[in-house]
Unconditional design. Structure first.
Ligand SMILES: NC(=O)c1ccc[n+]([C@@H]2O[C@H](COP(=O)([O-])OP(=O)(O)OC[C@H]3O[C@@H](n4cnc5c(N)ncnc54)[C@H](OP(=O)(O)O)[C@@H]3O)[C@@H](O)[C@H]2O)c1
Length: 333
């Protein structure tokens, strides 16, 4: 098969499209003929040498894909050759073929675009596991989503709205904020000009305790203190990205005074099965979120789909901050 390979670590130019060994499915795994692969910010870090795959994972980039099952391994009962699927992975998506644990598959209905489905597994698993399974998102809550125009953000807005929450977002331009509004966000904060702590407090003044009940954060250290300030009583700050650094001081007094909780989580490093695993998240996603996706209540937000051979341009696009939503790579028609 062919795959995107890394000739050392560095800029987008280290990626080349060439021959790679064909993977074979083992016990409880399936082989997928990949139709499209999603691009994630984590891939940019992996390309630069800052985010190695977990032990035992493919060295090829790609945390999600869509396609058709080409072969099923021993012990797989619920899936057949020819099934249209999308998959959450620890790696391997930037390729013509990939092996995935069957428990990490989601079904793609006949009338659903397989190309667009490639942009869903990573955001669905990340958003559902953090907003719902970790932070306990409920109707009527205020959720602050940093980076509302990101792949994660565009999905998180829709999930929160569907669960009956009110959504505040930060983004870096009025155009992106307008598009977040179209997805259902009602508190629009330009992080370049506005103070998100003040904006969230203004929105919730008069409520039980001013602030956001849940904050989904991509900035890490740079926003830690202000995120704690922006939390409501009993609020949950869920850190999933460290675009603003890894080390910061936490004022425990401020957190304690509002009975707050800080979580920091990742999906990729979770075990394939067992407690807190990818399989557990995908089972929840399939049971609760997937019906909203297949009914069209939650839509994939795809900024651009590029041919896989142009993966370098796809990385440049994500780095440019021009994208609203996901960037995907087309592997075959
Ligand atoms: N922990 C996990 O399991 C997990 C899984 C998936 C993703 N993530 C993390 O989630 C984040 C989003 O991932 P993605 O793939 O969706 O990324 P993406 O589409 O590349 O988006 C990155 C976002 O960062 C925003 N941003 C930049 N500076 C900001 C600031 N000062 N304040 C608020 N937002 C700012 C950008 O907003 P503008 O374009 O408006 O400037 C952009 O929307 C990343 O940090 C990624 O590492 C974590």
């Amino acid at each position: 098969m062919r795959a995107i390979k890394l000739n050392g670590f560095g800029g987008p130019e280290v990626m080349t499209w060439g021959e790679a060994p064909d993977p074979k499915p083992g016990h409880a795994e399936v082989l997928i003929d990949v139709v499209a692969a999603g691009v994630n910010r984590a891939d940019l870090l992996q390309r630069q040498g800052y985010y190695s795959p977990p032990p035992g994972s493919s060295e090829i980039m790609g945390l999600e894909c869509s396609g058709v099952i080409a072969e099923v391994g021993e012990g797989v009962r619920d899936w057949q050759v020819g099934d249209r699927v999308c998959a959450l992975m620890s790696g391997g998506g930037y390729a013509e073929r990939v092996v995935v644990p069957a428990a990490q598959l989601l079904p793609v209905p006949q009338d659903f675009d397989l190309g667009a489905a490639a942009g869903l597994p990573e955001v669905a698993a990340t958003v559902w596991s953090n907003l719902v399974m970790t932070a306990g998102l409920r109707a009527g809550q205020l959720v602050l989503i940093h980076g509302g125009g990101s792949g994660i953000g565009t999905h998180a807005i829709q999930v929160a709205v569907q669960r009956g929450a009110r959504v505040a977002v930060t983004a870096g331009s009025p155009e992106k904020l307008q598009r977040c509004k179209e997805l259902g966000a009602t508190v629009l904060i330009n992080y370049r000009d506005d103070d998100f702590v003040a904006a969230v407090r203004r929105e919730t003044s008069g409520a039980g305790g001013p602030g956001a009940d849940i904050i989904l954060d991509n900035m890490g250290a740079a926003y830690l203190a202000r995120n704690v300030d922006a939390l409501a009583a009993h609020g949950h700050l869920v850190i999933i990205g460290m675009q603003g650094g890894v080390t910061a001081e936490l004022n425990l007094g401020a957190l304690l005074a509002k009975w707050g909780t800080v979580h920091a989580t990742n999906v990729r490093g979770r075990p394939a099965s067992g407690p807190h695993s990818k399989a557990e998240i995908i089972a929840e996603v399939r049971a609760q979120l997937w019906p909203l996706v297949t009914d069209g209540a939650i839509v994939p937000v795809i900024h651009a789909e590029l041919p896989i051979a142009e993966a370098a341009d796809a990385h440049r696009l994500l780095e440019s901050s021009e994208a609203f939503g996901k960037v995907t790579l087309r592997v075959r028609d």
